[in-house]
Design a protein around this ligand. Structure first.
Ligand SMILES: C[S@@+](CC[C@H](N)C(=O)[O-])C[C@H]1O[C@@H](n2cnc3c(N)ncnc32)[C@H](O)[C@@H]1O
Length: 244
């Protein structure tokens, strides 16, 4: 995606947040504009058409905002011919521990994308996972302990259909200084957002891959830091087509 078109998509994806206040709008612009994962997901054609996406730890629903804005631009014929067409007819369900963030996301997105997005407050460890083609957990897994991570991965694997996708981003605990920088930034932002600071449960990348493969996922990893000095990795974990 060209930088000029990326800017156009950023404007479209962040615009709905203007209606819920300057803080939300600035947050959406900053995150969508500064985090390489959003462009990478569309450029890499990661989500299939018509996917029902469950976004755990969805914050204000930026994953939905980005994809639905891309889809709307493409539907209006405003998508460049040299850029991978974004997925069509996506539906997003989001669950977020900080209910007020999910509510702000709903107030922003629902008027623009009725019937396509449902964000609510809740704990990802307790929600029903059935009925989705994609489960996304971006920068969230390390907030719950290793036993809870293991259980959640078991449940996600059991709930996804053949061909289903589990998308996550984690920090590589073997990433040295870059990993420690990302942890400091994470703690700072969590504090500003009003989270109680507690331990984080991280793992080396090789261990993340191992525990996903042990559950039958086929795993692809991509460094996902953009210009930031982090040790973040996106993991695209697919349930094989033939699996039950
Ligand atoms: C670093 S933010 C990432 C937000 C979003 N996934 C994104 O990429 O923009 C982590 C989010 O996970 C949420 N979170 C942490 N523990 C959670 C849990 N147990 N259930 C649901 N959300 C949780 C936090 O409230 C926070 O909004």
């Amino acid at each position: 995606m060209s930088p000029i078109f990326r800017r156009r998509l950023l404007d479209a994806a962040s615009a709905p947040y203007r209606a819920v206040g300057v803080v939300h709008h600035r947050w959406a612009r900053g995150k969508l504009g500064g985090d390489a994962i959003f462009t990478a997901l569309v450029d890499g054609a990661v989500f299939p058409d018509q996917a029902r996406v469950l976004d755990l730890g969805c914050g204000r629903g930026l994953l939905a905002a980005w994809h639905l804005a891309a889809e709307a631009l493409a539907a209006r014929g405003e998508w460049p011919a040299d850029t991978h067409r974004p997925p069509r007819d996506l539906h997003f369900t989001g669950v977020e521990l900080m209910a007020r963030e999910a509510e702000a996301g709903m107030r922003a997105l629902l008027p623009h994308y009725p019937g396509r997005v449902a964000l609510s407050g809740g704990d990802m460890r307790e929600v029903a996972l059935e009925g989705f083609d994609v489960v996304a957990i971006l920068d969230v897994l390390h907030y719950v302990d290793h036993a809870a991570q293991d259980l959640l991965l078991d449940r996600i694997r059991a709930a996804l259909p053949p061909g289903g996708l589990f998308l996550t981003r984690v920090g590589d605990a073997n990433g040295g200084l870059r990993f420690r920088i990302s942890q400091w930034v994470d703690r700072g932002i969590s504090f500003i957002q009003g989270h109680r600071l507690s331990r984080m449960w991280c793992r080396p990348l090789a261990e993340w891959v191992r525990i996903l493969e042990a559950r039958g996922f086929k795993v692809e990893t991509r460094p996902m830091n953009g210009h930031q000095p982090f040790a973040n990795v996106m993991l695209i974990a697919r349930v094989p087509q033939a699996a039950g």
